[in-house]
Design a protein around this ligand. Structure first.
Ligand code: SF4
Length: 251
């Protein structure tokens, strides 16, 4: 394909903007990686099937991830989708909180909710995702397990915080708690079609999440590492970024 493009475009093909942009993106990413984020168990890593991975992330073990400007642009595109839906919710008059930071010290959890919405007197957690058409079609309308776990975890955390924390936010919206429903909203990256899935609080999944978090906290508090996964499994998980730490530099 690139050969055809080279043939058609010939010398007119420019490389003026792209290298500068890539350089800027790489520099920004390096800066971000050098600034350690606050220590905590983040929902994005909690869904990982390897407990060791979750604990390595918690302990801020250096992850070996190649910096690819194209991937960085994909993340930026995802962030732009979030911003757009914040604007939509605000214009619709249903947004009551955006980018809501959540911290539950007892379980060492930190996270950030996309949006909280109030629609016809019902409080909804709104989690926004964007996905390629090809991936979405393969799911047959069923959201991935890690998305569902993330949403259940946020519902759980919000309700636990509501029970324990007295602040202006919970005083103002307390009558709408406990929050029972969330909207998992997915936009197709290729054609902007949207899909909305209502996820209700689920006792079975809540128990699964709490059990997993307790297990992780056990390892963290005792300062012991969970068993290694088989190397084949590590490779399955997208070539885990902690392989150098778990298996040595040459793996
Ligand atoms: S390299 Fe393997 S054992 Fe180590 S964190 Fe990754 S998946 Fe887990």
């Amino acid at each position: 394909m690139s050969d055809i493009r080279d043939f058609i475009l010939g010398k007119t093909r420019g490389l003026v903007y792209t290298p500068l942009m890539d350089e800027m993106l790489i520099a920004e990413e390096k800066k971000k990686r050098d600034t350690k984020r606050k220590k905590g168990l983040y929902p994005s890593s909690l869904a990982h099937p390897c407990l060791r991975y979750i604990i390595n992330s918690y302990n801020q073990v250096e992850a070996k991830k190649k910096i690819d400007p194209r991937i960085l642009r994909i993340f930026d595109m995802g962030n732009a989708v979030h911003k757009r839906y914040e604007i939509y919710s605000k214009k619709m008059g249903v947004l009551i909180k955006k980018e809501f930071p959540l911290r539950y010290k007892k379980l060492k959890i930190r996270g950030r909710l996309d949006q909280l919405l109030l629609i016809e007197n019902v409080l909804y957690l709104f989690e926004c995702k964007s996905m390629k058409d090809e991936k979405w079609k393969k799911l047959f309308g069923v959201p991935p397990q890690d998305y569902r776990i993330q949403v259940q975890l946020y519902l759980l955390l919000l309700n636990m915080l509501f029970k324990e924390r007295k602040n202006k936010f919970f005083e103002k919206y307390g009558k709408y708690f406990p929050i029972k429903k969330s909207i998992l909203f997915i936009e197709d990256k290729d054609n902007q079609k949207t899909e909305e899935i209502i996820i209700e609080e689920n006792e079975e999944q809540k128990k699964y999440i709490l059990d997993k978090i307790e297990k992780i906290n056990y390892y963290i508090n005792k300062n012991i590492e969970p068993p290694l996964k088989m190397i084949d499994q590590c490779n399955e998980y997208g070539g885990c970024c902690f392989k150098h730490y778990c298996y040595g530099e040459n793996k």
